[in-house]
Design a protein around this ligand. Structure first.
Ligand code: SAM
Ligand code: ASE
Length: 345
């Protein structure tokens, strides 16, 4: 029987080794373990995997066995040797060719987010993001710091697109949007969520507003599991006039910014929006008392180490959105990571 002290120590141990679990997942992705196993016609043993990955026999064996304990791989003993295969989890989410692959977000978390989290104590002390400490880049212009290089921009865009192959339909059907004929996704990145929207509402036209470098990348890469027509417009949603639309989508945009910047953006949208038009906010929403969900609380810390923003409660979104002049505030909890808010002018 587990006593209270046992439980406490088990939890402590679980939390302190949590970073090792993340690193095992990241390393297996970086090394290409899951893609290699997906391409192999049969389960592979350690020696074959090590040879093809160009890795050490010893290190590979340790990594693979942890992956098996984490249900990222299966292991079987055949003729006295361990052979490994992908599980349903890795086949669905970690193999590059899967339509619901999440690999690029994991690589982004591994190469950028994790390094900012290495300075969490400093972030909490200072109350600001850690690009300067982690990468030596100034963080006055948030997206100049986030897009440190072309490779970084492409990885972030790919990573952001991936979640919508899993939750895009749930998010875009939380409310019936068929009455909105022109829809503008502000900061819509690669257009992945916009394409889900266009495929669900084929009578609406969908436009993505993004900064020029992202529009250029979005045009050359197609980062969506759904084929649907969307157009792109280059612009800065803080500085330039906004396109005319009946519905403005803000997905994972408000959480990047301070209350002041959010209010500025929302007031600008309200000014451009037609009466009867609306705004659709897609975010991971905290419980009213901030006691959960744990994932959203962690995302809020992630916004601290990586952005100028935070995750917010329903009351905080209501206050920001209604102060900008919008009415009929409605929140739909999807039960998944991202929730949806609709409000009207
Ligand atoms: N909406 C997308 C999604 O949920 O997958 C992307 C969210 S991403 C966290 C925020 C996006 O806002 C980035 O793609 C960034 O380029 C864009 N963005 C940031 N500042 C912007 C600005 N001033 N004008 C237009 N887009 C901007
Ligand atoms: C942002 C979203 C993300 C800014 C930085 C980010 C994500 C990772 N880093 O708007 C994707 C969402 N995941 C998390 C952990 O917040």
């Amino acid at each position: 029987m587990e006593g209270p002290g046992d439980r406490a120590f088990r939890l402590l141990n679980e939390y302190s080794s949590g970073f090792m679990v993340s690193q095992v997942l990241f390393a297996a992705c970086e090394l290409g373990v899951f893609d290699l196993l997906a391409q192999a016609p049969e389960p592979l043993d350690t020696a074959e995997l090590a040879t093809r990955l160009g890795t050490s026999l010893h290190g590979t064996e340790l990594l693979l066995d942890v992956c098996a304990s984490l249900e990222l791989l299966t292991v079987e003993t055949k003729r006295n040797r361990a052979v490994y295969q992908n599980t349903d989890l890795s086949t669905t989410f970690l193999v590059r060719t899967s339509p619901t692959c999440q690999l690029h977000m994991l690589l982004y978390l591994s190469r950028t987010t994790y390094l900012c989290w290495g300075h969490l104590a400093a972030a909490v002390r200072e109350g600001k993001n850690q690009y300067k400490r982690a990468f030596g880049v100034p963080s006055e212009q948030l997206f100049t710091a986030i897009y440190r290089s072309e490779a970084e921009r492409l990885l972030f865009m790919r990573g952001l697109a991936e979640i919508w192959s899993v939750h895009g339909v749930g998010v875009m059907t939380a409310f019936d949007l068929s009455a909105f004929s022109v829809i503008c996704d502000l900061g819509g990145a690669s257009g992945a969520l916009a394409r889900v929207c266009a495929s669900l509402y084929p009578d609406s036209s969908v436009l993505v507003l993004e900064v020029p470098e992202v529009v250029r990348a979005a045009r050359s890469l197609f980062l969506s599991t759904v084929e649907a027509p969307v157009s792109f417009r280059e612009g800065d949603f803080f500085k330039d006039p906004l396109p005319e639309a009946d519905l403005y989508i803000l997905a994972r945009v408000l959480h990047d910014w301070t209350d002041e910047k959010c209010s500025e953006l929302l007031a600008k949208i309200h000014h451009t929006c037609k009466p009867g038009g609306g705004i659709l906010v897609v975010e991971s929403v905290l419980e009213e008392d901030r006691r959960g969900p744990l994932t959203t609380q962690l995302y809020s810390l992630n916004m601290l180490v990586q952005t100028e923003g935070r995750e917010r409660t329903p009351a905080e979104y209501r206050s920001l959105i209604c102060s900008a002049g919008f009415q009929d505030f409605q929140l739909k909890k999807t039960g998944k990571i991202y929730d949806v808010i609709l409000a009207r002018k």
